[in-house]
Every structure is written in structure tokens, then in C-alpha cells.
Design a protein around this ligand. Sequence first.
Ligand code: GLC
Length: 555
Amino acid sequence: MKKDWWKKSVVYQIYPKSFKDSNGDGFGDIVGIIEKLDYLKKLGVDILWITPMYVSPQNDNGYDIANYYEIDPKFGTMENFETLLKKAHEKGIKIIMDMVVNHTSTEHEWFKKALENKNSKYHNYYIWKENKGKIPNNWASKFGGSAWEYIEKLDEYYLHLFDINQADLNWENNELREEIYKMMRFWLDKGIDGFRLDVVNLLSKDSSFKDDTYEKVNDDGRKYYTDGPKIHEYLQEMNREVFSKYEDIITVGEMSSTNIENSIKYTNEERKELNMVFNFHHLKVDYLNGDKWSLMEYNFKELRDILFSWQEGMQAGQGWSALFWSNHDQPRNISRFGNTKEYFNESGKTLGTAIHLMRGTPYIYQGEEIGMENPDFDSIEMYRDIESLNNYKILLEKGLTEKQVLEILKNKSRDNARTPIQWNGEKNAGFSNKEPWIPVGKNYKNINIENALREKASIFYHYKKLIKLRKEYDVISHGSFKKIYENQEGIFAYERIYSSEELLVVCNFSIEEKEIVIEDKFLKDGKVLISTYGDIFIEKKLKLKPFESFAYLIK
Ligand code: GLC
């Protein structure tokens, strides 16, 4: 295999709990994924990233791991997992596991032993501060409240950057790091094809544990642990001890609040850290003053400028990005940036084109390929997500009305992405024959995979084509990036160049018609690779319909 094979690949993210239930308990499982491998093969994706399926109390849907070495019975057995791996490989599909090593569940054996006494070696697997009459510092948990929890028996506080049930691991401890590497090798020895590493740029905490200032947005402690002092050292060690021992694996880091400079370091091949990274700056363009729990129309210019500055920055430093609109933590992209009422198909396709043809490796979140929308839950009882439930309380305490809070959740909750996959128009959308763990989206009779497969002009076939084009044209997988038309409101456009091939990608992100002037060099015989509305004739003054997009190749 070529050493950068993953540049020609597309990754599909599976949130197993909501993908397909095979045994009628209302909860998606591994056998359900096996049942749907042919569907994934038809779409044409190369790699599946499956969110955590290890033993877990599921307080944060598996991101709270209690045993790294076993599959949670809710999802099935190790044997089921091995069968999945085998069957996927037979179809030429790779599987990467989600790996959470910033924290464990407080139900992990290590934490339980750490609680027993301060002299246990496991105590030093976590981050503790003695009680000096007040909490150790003012850092905030990302899920609301303080990042410290007091344990009376030890008269100490432990750090949890996420929920109280997710205790941060002490990466300063050599023995802990070795345990983690051993465990990662266990999964790779089983034959998995790599890892998506959860919040991995938070591993190294600044030893000062200073208070933050709370003067500006994000002054909540994150500057003391985001891309922390030893993070590159740890990732290089992880690469040496784990990744370098296996061929053709792929590693992608989820990088919370990172910057371009560090992301280049994480992914520049010569540094031997990771293959690619996710960053989230483009998904904060509808946060009012940086606050997720607010309502604001997204700002198109900001969205485009952020994405393009990352494209340019990563290219200049020879870094590599994961390209994506959505995942299990984000509202549905079509509800957020598209127009579901008048231009459902068109906006779904244009969003896909915009992301897939940039420089990087594209990720599709389950259901995105058929335009699944936010479910518009109208009562708090319909929500399951711990972050949403915590913030529901916090916002009410701040004085917002119930109605206001529910409106915010409808737009911002992570549960927007977590409703069951709509397979067909039958009971429970064909996800399960029992009531699912979280309600099904109301529109499943129209928007479902069965309909999408039947309809030749569906978003599904557009995504299928985008995946295929990446395989056929090196200009998509390996070309350089250059932004164009950046002064035109609503237009998201760029050129890609690779030896003699030049690709022009133009997307209208608005519901207005737009006119652009095509550069002379493109006014020669070329080929439209993909478009929203079918045929498009490339001429000097080109009119674009609402949410129209196309990619045009000249040689
Ligand atoms: C990542 C995961 C998210 C989880 C958090 C804590 O951001 O994507 O779902 O809650 O890490 O592990």
C-alpha cells in the first residue's frame, strides 16, 4: 500500500448505539453494524470509525471507559467484534476504534483502587490535589461546573476536565503511559486499522495548575492544558511504542481548541506523531461571543475564512486535516448550514461538495449522507446527553425560561446527532423493533435510507460520487489548495492543482442567485465532475442558482 493511502480514503463515523439494533433491546449493536456492511460498501467508504464500545457505565455514551480490554455487553461480545472486523476486511473496509486516554470512568478498576489509599500505585494514575481549604483552582469542566471533585476519604480533589464520572489520567506517570501503550497494542494486534484519539491534545497539563483569569471567552483553564507542554513528546512516544510497529494503520487526533501551528506539528510526517487531526474552529461560528449555549445565525464569511485559513496554513506546513461538518457532538450539518425547507437536496449536496473536495481526508457522520436533520425535540424528557442535561439546569439557574432553554437545546444539543438512523418508513424507522433508547426523528417517513437509495437524485448518490471521484482524480487527493472569489458574499470557492490538472470548485451557500466571472483559463474544454442541478455550462458570466455547486476539471 502507498504510505499515504488514507489521502484517497473517506471515513464513515458510526455511533453504534444509534446505528442498528439487531437484538430488539432498543440499543444499536455490533451485529447491527455487520448487517449493514453492504450498505456502507455501496456508499463506497473505505474506513469505519466506531465510537467507543468498551465496557462502560455509559454516562457519556462510552467515552467513560471502565475496562479497555472488553466489549460492553450492550454492544455484543468480543467474538461479534472479531466477526465484524473479519467481514469488513473481506469487503475491503477498514475499522478504526475510538480511544479515550485522557480520562477513564470513575468505575475503572484503576480509579477504584486509587480511591482505596494514597499509597496505592493506582492513586498516581490520576491527578490529585490536596485539600487546602478550597478547590485547587478555578478551572471549569467542559460539561459545566468545576473541574475538581472532592473525595472526603482522601481529603483530596481529583481533576475531571469532563464529567465528574470521567477522571483525568496522569500522563506524567511512566507506568500509566506504558499501560496505555500496551492496551493500544492489544487492539492493533487484534487487527484493527488504527485509532481516533479522543481529546488527545489535552493529555499534558501545565504543572503550575494556576487559576485562570476569566477575562475573555475561554479563560476557563484551557490554556493550561490545551496542546500542553509535553503533548508532542507524548505523541512521539506513542508513535514509537505503538503506531510505528504496525503497517498501514491510520491515526486521527481530536484536537480540542488547538491551533494551526500545533496541528502542523501533530501531522507533519517527519515529526512522527499522527496522520491527521480534527479541529473545531469552523463549528463555533454560531456561538454568540464564544458561548455554545446561545442562539445565533451562523456567519458565512467567518465560516469560510476559518476553513480556508486552515487549508492554507496546513498546506504551508505540510500538515493534514480531517475534513468534516458533523459528528456525534455536533448538530446536524444540513439543519445548521443548509436550508431544509426549500433546498433540502441542493443544500445537502453542496455542503458535501464543499468539504469533500478540499485538501484533507473527508469524514461522513452516519445519516449525513441522506440529509438527516435535527429532530426538534420539544421536551427535556426526550434528551439523554449528559452535557445537554447539565446545561439545561445551568441555563435555568441563570434565569432563562424553560422555553428559551429548549430552543437552545434544539439547535445546540449533541443529541441532535444521536437519534437513530432512519433506515426506512416503518416502525422506529427500521432501527429497532423495540422503542429506541432515544426518540426517532419525526421526519423518518420521508427522510430515510430506503427512499434515498430509490431516488437517483438523492444526497446519497451525490456522496457516493464524491467518494468515487477522490479515488479517480489525484488532484482531489493530492492537489494544492487556493481560495478564490473570497470577496463574493455567499460563495465558497477554491482551486486545486496537481501537475497538469486544475480543478475549480464553486459552491453557492445562499438562497440567492449569484453571478461569478469565470477566469479565462477555465474557458476551454473541460469536464464537470459533479454538480447540484445536473448539467451546467461553464461560461464567462456564470449564474448560480440557490445552493448550486459544481466541480470543473481542465487539463
Ligand atoms: C470528545 C467526544 C465526546 C466526549 C468527550 C469526552 O469530545 O467526542 O463525545 O464527551 O470527548 O470524552
